[in-house]
Write a protein that binds this ligand. Structure first.
Ligand code: WAQ
Ligand code: MG
Length: 273
């Protein structure tokens, strides 16, 4: 593995704006719920920080979900050696409508071992109007939500990609005309999630109003893009991590949020098929 020189830094951005005054369950009367606008995170070498921060800030203030009123940047040195995890292979299933996309999602997630009811519950939450900053954890048999904070969700962080693997991923994606940071970041995120013990599969629908391609991912399925997963213009979106029914979620959350990982492609593996 090509080593990224020196130590790594975790760079995180989140942008939000205050919503309408409303009562939050358990909150003080009149407390405002912050609306999630955008977020981004990754592991980088120190020399990359200025460029990454500039890109993240541009993303925060030019976001199709609207202007934020608060942008939070967190830059932390990571002392642990990151774990090497495999980058998932990428494939695409082209759909003609959200209806067809849902059928595709259902069949992929049933292949991963989930029941129809649990899948439909996941789709309802991922496609719902309550956009969370992170992901919802759903138990694989009962469909019970297991994230401690259902407004925030679990935010995957401390993830990156090894340089030569990134070049190969970019080349593979470019052949399909999809070499964008949106796709690359999503593949790395899905690879971290799929590498987490206790996670069965992931479903993702972008919350960007015009980004209508989502994906289903797991260690077994790979990263499967599904087009026309939602109607253009829709502000809803979200991520669901389906977890084993009996899983203890605290080590899962700790891994996803805290343990640094670097995704790498196995030698000569194909990234696009
Ligand atoms: N950890 C957990 N959940 C997250 C994270 C994260 N780091 N980032 C975003 N989410 C959740 C959050 O609920 C968002 O509302 C939702 O996912 C969607 O996030 O191959 O752009 O950043 O073409 O809008 C998929 C690419 C793009 C498909 C997904 O997601 C493709 C995307 P967004
Ligand atoms: Mg978004």
């Amino acid at each position: 593995m090509e080593k990224i020189s020196g130590s790594l830094w975790s760079v995180r951005m989140r942008a939000s704006r205050k919503g309408k005054k409303r009562r939050l369950s358990g909150g003080k009367s009149g407390e405002e719920k912050a609306i999630h606008v955008s977020g981004a995170e990754g592991l980088y070498a120190s020399c990359e920080i200025p460029r990454i921060v500039d890109g993240y800030l541009k993303r925060a203030i030019n976001h199709p979900r609207g202007l934020p009123d608060t942008i939070t940047l967190t830059i932390e040195k990571v002392n642990e050696e990151p774990l090497a995890i495999p980058l998932l292979p990428v494939s695409t299933i082209v759909c003609q409508s959200p209806h067809e996309a849902r059928r595709v999602i259902c069949s992929l997630l049933s292949e991963a071992g989930l029941s129809r009811e649990v899948i439909e519950r996941g789709i309802r939450i991922a496609a719902g109007n309550e956009v969370m900053r992170g992901a919802s954890l759903i138990r694989s048999v009962s469909g019970i939500r297991a994230e401690p904070d259902t407004l925030r969700g679990v935010r995957v962080s401390r993830l990156g990609i090894e340089r030569s693997s990134e070049r190969r991923l970019s080349r593979g994606l470019a052949r399909g005309g999809i070499n964008t940071s949106t796709v690359k970041e999503a593949v790395v995120l899905a690879s971290k999630v799929a590498s987490c013990g206790g996670v069965v599969a992931e479903l993702c629908i972008s919350d960007d109003p015009h980004y209508t391609t989502g994906y289903v991912a797991s260690a077994g399925l790979g990263y499967v893009r599904v087009t026309k997963i939602k109607d253009p213009g829709s502000m809803s979106g979200g991520r669901i991590f389906f977890v084993e029914e009996k899983a203890d979620v605290s080590p899962i959350i700790d891994y996803l949020e805290k343990i640094p990982v670097i995704a790498t492609l196995p030698p000569r593996d194909r990234v696009s098929r």
